[in-house]
Design a protein around this ligand. Structure first.
Ligand SMILES: [Zn+2]
Ligand SMILES: [Zn+2]
Length: 274
């Protein structure tokens, strides 16, 4: 498992966008993506002036983005190890994501490992190679920019930053549900669109607590392990010490409770959220 540099360094007071952003761009993951985006933009600029078709490609990719993110998260990152003819297939991306689920508050596992970023850059380049020049460059730059902003959103959600907008609060809450209520739902990180359209954004209070949110691989589906009560859940299960921060709508802790729950690391050890 590739160790990932803590996103927020060692200063527990890094709660501002600027401080967290500086720590973010200093990580290998962000730096590599940023350089790749700049390289793709230079590549596009070298092929001629901007054209309306550039905007069309970017708009099309922006529409596809939530579904691509959903698909990668659900099928690749949550993919099960497989064996074929004695060979074991378990991509680094999936192993790294399992480490993130196993210790959601460990800042070493929040960002995608650099080696996976190399694979991602190559995949973005290859996947857009069928487009005519210069749109292949435009598409590569757009895909890498989307990847960078998804990493940033994920880092922000897992940082001590207090979201100022309802949009970011919603994303953070959905992501915590994915980590702590059920890993079978809420796959969107930078958007809730795909979850809503593809049926993976259920009512949290009516969603049984999965027993495999930490292991992800194997085990039961988690649905039968939870005592039932109102809408399929007991209040005790919903407000267990590890989960009460998630269901403020049902009378457990509110936003402040979430934040207190989110930052369990002592000062000087970096900060992380689930
Ligand atoms: Zn996940
Ligand atoms: Zn996460």
């Amino acid at each position: 498992m590739t160790a990932i540099r803590p996103i927020t360094g060692t200063n527990s007071n890094e709660t501002t966008l600027r401080a967290i952003g500086i720590s973010f761009v200093r990580t290998p993951t962000a730096a590599m993506l940023l350089l790749a985006v700049i390289a793709a933009m230079i590549w596009r600029a070298s092929t001629g002036p901007a054209h309306w078709s550039d905007a069309a490609v970017i708009a099309a990719l922006a529409v596809l983005r939530p579904f691509a993110e959903w698909t990668v998260h659900k099928l690749l990152l949550h993919g099960q190890p497989r064996r074929w003819r004695g060979l074991r297939f378990d991509p680094l991306a999936a192993r790294a994501h399992r480490a993130h689920h196993a210790a959601p508050r460990d800042p070493r596992h929040v960002l995608t490992p650099p080696l996976v970023i190399v694979e991602l850059i190559a995949a973005a380049w290859l996947a857009t190679a069928w487009l005519p020049e210069p749109l292949d460059a435009t598409a590569t730059a757009a895909v890498l920019t989307f990847a960078l902003t998804t990493e940033w959103t994920h880092a922000l959600i897992h940082s001590p930053y207090q979201p100022r907008t309802a949009w970011l609060r919603r994303l953070a809450r959905r992501h915590r549900l994915h980590h702590h209520r059920s890993e079978r739902y809420w796959f969107g990180v930078s958007s809730t669109t795909a979850d809503r359209i593809l049926g993976t954004a259920p009512d949290p209070a009516a969603t049984p607590i999965s027993s495999t949110t930490r292991s992800v691989v194997g085990g039961d589906r988690g649905d039968a392990a939870v005592p039932t009560g109102r809408r399929g859940l007991s209040r005790g299960a919903m407000c267990s010490p590890d989960l009460d921060c998630l269901v403020d709508r049902d009378g457990c802790r509110g936003e402040q409770g979430e934040r207190e729950h989110d930052n369990p690391l002592p000062a000087g050890q970096g900060r992380g959220v689930e």
